[in-house]
Design a protein around this ligand. Structure first.
Ligand code: ZN
Length: 422
């Protein structure tokens, strides 16, 4: 039933090209966009370390004409893209914290959860999502492969430091019983062996259990030219149609879906075993609004052109600043900035440094693929460079007033969706 020749990079210590669809096995896939070669976003070299060779990986987006999935053209061994010192923590932005609180409130009310119910979060990171369910009084367990899981454990959130596999699912179920809710926020598009992950999730779910996933949304990505979210952690870029197809292959039915603001535009999708939950009108409404087949091909072609123009416009803006002798720094170093820096070609001649809030694990390292240092944000206020480009542009509305309140007086610029001064 499930394709067997799908690319598997885990254990290779390297990468494997995606030559047929990761979900349905269809080949050949159609190339949508090529961003060139990119370094892994989470292997940041400490400042001052002697430069050594680093791997760079081809970064292409491919489209499956059969199941509508847009996917990365290369699977990289998780050991390379999720190193143990993985510096991303999800608790750091207000928008994400608010979203996870909303997920807990929405699902608690809709599913009428009770204190006996077990909620399991896959890819639980620093525990930001699951802590909401814990505070609401449910039994909880986080499953997280990286060291960041220890932050959650330190806060008293039960956390298993393991990669999620069907074997781990079986072990968890033996120990804790079946789950009423399994959540996977911003990781369901990352794990390469997606069919065994879904099987593991189904094994964990009680008969009336519900799987809630949050993923970056393909349609929003196309709308706002978010090519910067294309990097090797993100193997798949779901529309509701492609996600529903994947879950349907395993007997799961989507019964509610809605857009959420996370990461510049995501979808929250609720699924259960077929027939268990009444299907809400949101599902048909979202599906009807998505292009498919030739309409999707046309949409992807337009996207490719828009991405190119966006790069040229940003360079044009930067060129004007540099002609005037202005100093340019960056605000925040999210993973997505790595793709933007390397696709546009920003180097330490253009960007003097990138600021992160005190405490960030990225401070003291170079931006991936460059010699641009990441420094503590206080430098921005003492230095007052003429221009600051916000690389977490999807939360620019949250960041800009804070930067002004703290005393930054220069120009604030967003690189996407349209390069412009705020
Ligand atoms: Zn497919």
């Amino acid at each position: 039933m499930f394709p067997t020749k799908v690319a598997r990079a885990a254990g290779t210590g390297a990468s494997v090209p995606v030559e047929c669809c990761q979900v349905c096995g269809h080949a050949p896939l159609e190339t949508v966009l090529s961003l060139g070669y990119m370094p892994p976003v989470n292997q940041m070299v400490p400042i001052g370390q002697v430069p050594r060779q680093q791997p760079w990986f081809p970064t292409d987006l491919l489209y499956c004409g059969k199941c509508e999935l847009v996917q990365l053209g290369l699977a990289v061994d998780p050991v390379i893209i999720f190193p143990p010192e993985y510096p991303y923590t999800s608790g750091t932005t207000r928008l994400l914290r608010d979203n996870f609180a909303d997920l807990c409130a929405e699902s608690g009310a809709m599913l009428k959860l009770t204190p006996q119910d077990l909620v399991i979060d896959i890819g639980s990171n620093d525990g930001t999502l699951i802590s909401n369910f814990q505070k609401a009084g449910y039994r909880v367990l986080g499953i997280e492969p990286t060291e960041v899981g220890k932050i959650a454990a330190g806060r008293g959130i039960p956390t298993l430091t393991r990669y999620f596999t069907p074997a781990v699912a079986a072990e968890v179920k033996r120990e804790h019983g079946p789950a009423r809710v399994v959540t996977a926020a911003n990781c369901f598009a990352h794990i390469e062996d997606v069919h065994s992950i879904v099987e593991g999730i189904i094994d964990l779910l009680a008969p009336n259990g519900v799987f809630v996933s949050e993923s970056h949304y393909l349609i929003g990505l196309l709308d706002t030219f978010q090519y910067d979210t294309v990097y090797h952690e993100h193997l798949r870029y779901y529309s509701l149609a492609s996600l529903a197809h994947l879950l349907g292959m395993h007997g799961l039915e989507v019964f509610h879906a809605r857009p959420i603001p996370s990461h510049g535009g995501s979808i929250r999708v609720y699924a259960a075993r077929r027939g268990v939950m009444p299907i809400q009108p949101s599902v048909a409404r979202m599906l009807a609004a998505e292009p498919r087949g030739d309409a999707m091909r046309a949409r992807l072609k337009a996207f490719r052109n828009d991405v190119l123009l966006s790069k040229l416009r940003l360079m044009s803006l930067i060129r004007d600043y540099k002609e005037k002798g202005m100093r340019i720094c960056g605000i925040s170093a999210p993973s997505r900035a790595s793709t933007l820096f390397n696709y546009v070609g920003l180097d330490d001649g253009i960007i003097d440094y990138v600021c992160e809030i005190a405490g960030s694990l990225k401070i003291g390292k170079y931006m991936p693929g460059t010699s641009i240092p990441v420094v503590e944000e206080s430098r921005l206020f003492s230095d007052q460079p003429e221009v600051a480009i916000i690389f977490s542009w999807h939360i620019a509305d949250e960041l800009a007033p804070k930067l002004r309140a703290k005393g930054y007086r220069g120009k604030l610029v967003t690189p996407l969706p349209v390069p412009r001064e705020l």
